[in-house]
Design a binder for this molecule. Sequence first.
Ligand code: PLP
Length: 411
Amino acid sequence: MSAPAHITASASWRSDFPALHQKVHGRPLVYLDSAASAQQPASVIDAIARYEREDHANVHRGVHTLSHRATEAYEGSRDRIRDFINARSRSEVVLTSGTTESINLVAQSFCRPRLQAGDKIVITHLEHHANIVPWQLVCEQTGAELVVAPINDRGEVELEQMLELIDDRTFLIAVAHVANALGTVCPISRIVEHAGARGIPVLVDGAQGVPHLEVDVQALGCDFYAFSGHKMFGPTGTGVLWGREELLDAMPPWQGGGDMILEVSFDKTTYNELPYKFEAGTPNIAGVVGLGAAIEYLQAIGMQNIADYEHDLHTYMVSELKKVDGIRLFGEARDQASVQSFLLADIHSHDLGTILDHQGVAIRTGHHCAMPVMQRFGISGTARASLAFYNNRDDVDRLTAALGKASEIFA
Ligand code: PLP
């Protein structure tokens, strides 16, 4: 029986990524760290190089040809992003340096002017530091309270308990779409439904959602959605804050400078329209051009094909990892995407990562910027293998073989 089309397609996808075709410590590279930063296809690298060689100029204000071309490429990427996440309009697509900046923007521009002492921001125990610390900062600034919804031993949000925490003092809910340390897919629609009925806005940290799942912000029903270019096969230093237009419209600018103004005098400055009101200073033009190319690449494959393929591969990875003597898995949610955390016997995760690297297998080790998750499980860190559509079963087999070797070394 031949393999399903989406399984065989992986071989050709893989060949599009130059960095995957190299040896590390004399072994063909197995890259299982895409949750930290995903590799870029040749089309992204080429789009950036073309921009740098032929079109490099500043955007928006220039009258010369190169500036027109740069503006067209930059704004073309915004249109692609709008289409990719099904935003209602391009005004809702704010270009940032990444998820971290997007979340800080909401904390400082949406929350800070409105939060009152005693108001609550509700998050979950699963969050990345980028979806914890900006809320802690704004709570310190305003006297609001950060409330954390618990998770269970499988790494799932305790939804009923979370919903009970939401009351008439809740100002905002901020939750990961997919948790980076454990891979849990969070029940966004249930949370949004509950919050929406009470008029409470929901921010979704989509850093690990967008690379693996089809995201339609209108269907999700949230109010803000934040994500990073480098986790979705684009360049570092790029990202997006999507927000509902009426919310963004009512928010003051976060940073002042060029591009976010219409007119400046010493008496009064008037601000630019959306989304430029939130884009002060010369942006990462080459990066945004590359992000547009990454989205074009993803759309050609189809996010549903990617999700299906990765689901099969993740299931295979979990079943193979479970066969390894002495392995302990962290994160066994019923709905999980592309990530598996584990520990092997009593080997420190950093030692494990180093031994695997010497066998050409790149994984992430440590707390994954999710220290509260580690505290919840009483550990200091994990080893984490994270998949993308360019991985295959051979990569998983190399991972488990390398773990066997680590066991021998530490026996
Ligand atoms: N949120 C999640 C779930 C993440 O996985 C990450 C990065 O690992 C971030 C936020 C922060 O992303 P960035 O560093 O690109 O801003």
